[in-house]
Design a protein. Structure first.
Length: 287
């Protein structure tokens, strides 16, 4: 039997969230042939045993070491067989019809490499889950806080897309990877996730490469997913802030450095580094 949808969940020490996520897929399954693949990154909270004992139909890859998010997804993609691959965070819960809706959108847009959907937080609010690619001006406006002063300005607020309407479908640069549908054809064309971005910016890099090859990336509000947010990375937040900024600089080295002046590159990377230091210090003292 051919598989229409492969659902891949990379997990690290989020057993209780993972249980709810898998239970929600069981309760609200797609009306197509599908498979669920959990890649557990050496969790010490019993996540892998929980999957074995409570969800026998799930394909489990239990790593002896933490391979991080990018490699974990690559592991899942390599064993998956679906025409479409849904990357799903363990701290999400699918809602009735959501999986069918996002898959239908992907199928109806042959040029779609990736599709993101509406994420609903624990407070019931729509989460801002779409961003533009971090071009130099967008990053400067973001890290100098000008984007917070002029949030409705499309140029100044470009990076976080503070003006974006989450009630309408649109072509976007990079939806959040918490729930991201990828086309198998696009994966074969674009390639796997770059493991030089182990935790952050791997989906941004992938969407950027897809756009370079002529594919489109979309957001659709027709599918809604509950998203708690930060269940894994929140366990080591100061380190994750540093890793996020390191990955952003790596993204600049890979995609922008050759296209901007050395002076602008130095200004951007210095701004990112200073912001990383300040953010980490504030987080470490509880502010």
């Amino acid at each position: 039997m051919s598989i229409d949808l492969s659902i891949i969940i990379v997990n690290w020490n989020t057993r209780d969230y993972l249980r709810r996520c898998l239970a929600s897929i069981q309760a609200c399954p797609p009306n197509v042939a599908h498979e669920v693949i959990v890649v557990d990154n050496a969790s010490v909270d019993g996540s892998a045993d929980m999957v074995r004992e409570e969800f026998s139909g799930v394909i489990l890859i239990a790593n002896d070491e933490n391979q991080c998010y990018a490699e974990g997804n690559n592991q899942g993609i390599k064993v998956s067989t679906g025409a479409y691959v849904l990357l799903l965070n363990p701290d999400t819960e699918v809602t009735l019809g959501a999986l069918d809706s996002i898959l239908a959108f992907g199928r109806s847009h042959a040029n779609a490499a990736a599709v993101g959907c509406r994420l609903i937080g624990p407070d019931g609010r729509v989460q801002r889950s779409c961003r533009s690619f971090p071009d130099p001006l967008g990053v400067l406006f973001e890290y100098t806080r000008l984007s917070r002063v002029f949030p409705s300005n499309k140029r100044i607020g470009a990076y976080r897309m503070t003006w974006f309407d989450y009630d309408h479908e649109a072509e976007v640069d990079q939806p959040m990877g918490s729930c991201l549908l990828l086309s198998r054809k696009a994966i074969e064309d674009v390639g796997m996730f770059d493991q030089d971005f182990p935790i952050f910016f791997n989906e941004v890099d992938w969407c950027y490469r897809a756009r370079e090859k002529g594919w489109k990336v979309y957001f659709t509000p027709t599918a809604e997913i509950k998203h708690h947010g930060g269940a894994g990375t929140g366990q080591v937040k100061p380190q994750m802030i540093l890793e996020s900024h390191r990955s952003l600089i790596k993204f600049y080295e890979k995609h922008y450095k050759k296209n901007i002046s050395p002076m602008l590159y130095k200004i951007i990377t210095k701004t990112i580094t200073v912001n990383s230091f300040v953010s980490t210090r504030l987080k470490s003292i509880g502010q």
